[in-house]
Design a protein around this ligand. Structure first.
Ligand SMILES: Cc1cc2nc3c(=O)[nH]c(=O)nc-3n(C[C@H](O)[C@H](O)[C@H](O)COP(=O)(O)OP(=O)(O)OC[C@H]3O[C@@H](n4cnc5c(N)ncnc54)[C@H](O)[C@@H]3O)c2cc1C
Length: 413
């Protein structure tokens, strides 16, 4: 069913009790052309583009829990493309361009809101970093503006510019913003399902069928499924899946946390990030302040992090915005982020033929969901990796062609 004002009116007559299910819940079949492991945004987007653009509709998405229950439904939804290197600019801006028409394309409101995003600078080093990155953004055709402290104050009137690390300037990307995280998973799921993709929840992949160095399928908690090609898109669990297939990834998994406040009237209409004091903030459409913390210092697979990290984050927020010092926090949660040494993702073939991986997005992969799914789908469907995906091969850790986004990615997404 197409969602529209007419379907809304039609369903009002039956008190909205007859809306059809957004997607089916089929039992897994014994074989598919392509199996995607992981029902987060990236996995679902991959399935959608396989079916809609690559002519591959015999696809299953296998998810051990519920759709978007991983990092997709746990993130702070920041979208931007102002990274340093050309390779990153290509993939993140490809994504931002797809975000702009996504609600219409999926016929599902993903609530993309390009409200502008500020990176604050608090030191000479920060100023040099935003200067270098902003120039690189210009060269890559990505919008970037430098703001003086006074211009920052005009955008965020209640900010405390003269805090312990005074605000010296900022980098602004006006096309950056936020989107609704669950809606992205649900929108892709619904659109993929409509094209014939089987979305199978509560089904854990427990191993791979590998014959003579070629993947032949997956073992799951609901039986074996054979497939010509398998794509693994499981974020924080990617090393676990790689181990099942018999190879190692240059990735570490850490807990990363976020929290939201009680809802208040609209007070901040952009996103403000600070790597210097390590906190960032935006306001959701419900009025909650959405605050992101840093990752824990230690590896872990638990979806919760240390209280000391939350304490530091709230301290930094109150320093920058004393006006929030008496606000109550409503919820706090964590996800498991998959971090590479150069803070760039892996979109790659693997040592196992026809087994592909898409992971390593770490603290900042939500923004890349459409672009990542798009180039991954084309890579799986074709023989060569998509040109935008190619530099993110696992081989870069052998060749040394790293894409160091340490400063642009940091923890502040
Ligand atoms: C607190 C927090 C804040 C963040 N903030 C931002 C932000 O503001 N902006 C941004 O761009 N990014 C942000 N990120 C990062 C972003 O959330 C992720 O990079 C992105 O969502 C990854 O999407 P995904 O689809 O690859 O992974 P996920 O959404 O984690 O999906 C992977 C799925 O794989 C499933 N899975 C795992 N193992 C198996 C198995 N064996 N069998 C079957 N299924 C399996 C999991 O259950 C999960 O649903 C944040 C992350 C966190 C945790």
């Amino acid at each position: 069913m197409k969602y529209s004002i007419y379907s809304l009116i039609r369903n009002a007559f039956s008190y909205h009790e007859d809306w059809p299910q957004a997607w089916r819940s089929p039992d897994p079949r014994s074989s598919y052309e392509v199996v995607i492991v992981g029902g987060g945004g990236h996995g679902l987007a991959t399935a959608y583009y396989l079916a809609s653009e690559c002519g591959v509709r015999d696809v299953a998405v296998i998810e051990k829990g519920w759709l978007g229950g991983g990092n997709t439904g746990r993130n702070t939804t920041i979208v931007r493309s102002n990274y340093l290197w050309d390779e990153s600019a290509a993939i993140y801006d490809h994504s931002v361009k797809l975000w702009h028409g996504l609600s219409q394309q999926l016929n599902y409101n993903v609530m993309f809101s390009p409200r502008g995003l500020l990176h604050l600078a608090h030191s000479v080093h920060d100023m040099q970093e935003i200067g270098r990155r902003g120039n690189s953004n210009f060269l890559n055709g990505i919008d970037a503006e430098y703001l003086t402290p006074q211009q920052v104050k005009e955008m965020v009137p209640f900010i405390n510019l003269n805090c312990r690390y005074p605000v010296m300037g900022a980098l602004l990307q006006r096309r950056g913003g936020v989107a609704r995280h669950d809606a992205v998973a649900w929108g892709y799921a619904r659109a993929a399902d409509a094209l014939g993709v089987d979305i199978i929840q509560n089904c854990e992949v427990t191993g791979f069928e590998i014959d003579d160095g070629t993947v032949k399928g997956v073992r799951t908690s609901r039986g074996n499924i054979s497939a010509n090609k398998v794509g693994c898109v499981v974020a924080g669990n990617c090393s676990v899946l790689a181990e099942m297939a018999g190879f190692r990834l240059p990735i570490e998994s850490f807990p990363l946390q976020a929290l939201v406040s009680e809802p208040i009237k609209p007070i901040i209409d952009c996103v403000v990030m600070s790597n210097g004091v390590h906190a960032y903030i935006s306001q959701s459409d419900r009025g909650e302040l959405v605050i992101g913390a840093s990752s824990d210092a230690y590896n872990s697979y638990s979806q919760r992090g240390g209280f000391n990290v939350i304490e530091d984050t709230v301290g930094a927020i109150v320093e920058l915005y004393p006006i929030f010092s008496r606000m109550c926090m409503l919820r706090q949660w964590g996800g498991i982020v998959d971090v590479t040494v150069d803070r760039s993702p892996l979109i790659s073939k693997t040592p196992i033929k026809n087994l592909y991986i898409n992971c390593g997005w770490g603290t900042g992969g939500f923004k890349a969901t459409p672009g990542s799914g798009h180039v991954f789908a084309h890579s799986i469907a074709g023989t060569d990796m998509h040109p935008i995906a190619a530099p993110f091969s696992i081989d870069r850790f052998n060749t040394g062609a790293l894409i160091d986004e340490g400063a642009a990615a940091a923890v502040a997404h």
